[in-house]
Design a protein around this ligand. Sequence first.
Ligand SMILES: Cc1cc2nc3c(=O)[nH]c(=O)nc-3n(C[C@H](O)[C@H](O)[C@H](O)COP(=O)(O)OP(=O)(O)OC[C@H]3O[C@@H](n4cnc5c(N)ncnc54)[C@H](O)[C@@H]3O)c2cc1C
Length: 328
Amino acid sequence: MVGGGIAGVACARRLHDAGVRVRIYERGRRIGGRMAVKTEYLGPVSSLSVGHAVDIGAPYFTVREALFAHVVGVWQRSGLAQPWTDRFSILDEQGLRRGEPGPQRYSTVPGAGGLRGLVENLAQGLRIETAHLVESVTVEHGQTLVDGEPVAAVVLAMPDTQAARLLPAGTADALAVAGSVQLPVLTLWAAWPSRWWPEFDGVFVNSSDVLTWISDSGRSHADGVPLLVTHSTGDLARPRLKDPTSGIEPMLAELGRLLGAEPTPRADWARVHRWSFAAPARTHPEPFGLLENGLIGVCGDAWGPRSRVEQAWMSGNGLAETLLKQLP
Ligand SMILES: Cc1cc2nc3c(=O)[nH]c(=O)nc-3n(C[C@H](O)[C@H](O)[C@H](O)COP(=O)(O)OP(=O)(O)OC[C@H]3O[C@@H](n4cnc5c(N)ncnc54)[C@H](O)[C@@H]3O)c2cc1C
């Protein structure tokens, strides 16, 4: 398995539970992929040990499919995940207002380690090598090789753009991952001494060239910390991918403008993360890709109607079910 995001972990979990020997190679120091977390220590020195998990990738997830609902039920019963809200706000030309009720959104409880903690929970007992960048996946004389090492099958559980880089051009074409485009995002998170913004859980921003989303991290994790997380538009991120810190100032300024406090009250600190491959520009109608001759599979949130956490899990789990029928 190449990639320790939720798709790769879901796929490996299903294979492992069916008795298949699986190894996950993850280039990052932690698994989780775009369900990423930074732990911030806020407040007086006496409470420094209590970290606040800031979800800097996906801020929440939704549940529609029964199979995924089962996994979420386990996370809930384990005291990790919790329903957050079914109602986000909307910010457009008419201003900020509460939106209509929508699907239930889930986040994590304090101490669960944010959304990444859910992936780590799912990965318990799996063999994982972090800080391991895979550079090539090839097939020679009918044998699949990962960086030259023979394997019975390999799954690339990552954005198409990253998968295409590992594969020979013909294989990337056959798996329909060549030439794909990923949309970039900058995530900014910042803390203030106290809340200066109106009450909301999360806001879909429809009227800004700079921001698309704002959430109150203290409300999503129910610990009250005065910390906002916001996502940029692709247009703001694209020219700043080499220097993401150049996005801090315009994003902070836009936060104040949109939330009715100009100039923006001075933050204690602000940080930014670059997502070069935040979301696929288009998705595949199929639930995963598989070249049956060499047993090379691809899965992730690009496979299915709408890229999101649930789809990534469904894609990985579905690919595992098919592989189980084909592996020797
Ligand atoms: C800013 C942002 C906001 C989002 N908002 C939401 C939301 O509100 N709700 C929702 O449901 N979803 C949201 N998402 C999407 C959600 O995070 C993804 O759909 C999901 O996490 C994708 O999981 P994945 O396993 O397919 O891919 P990833 O999480 O990207 O995992 C791929 C993994 O592969 C690893 N990898 C790549 N190349 C290699 C290599 N060569 N060798 C080894 N490892 C490699 C990467 O390091 C990564 O860990 C958001 C994402 C972002 C970035």
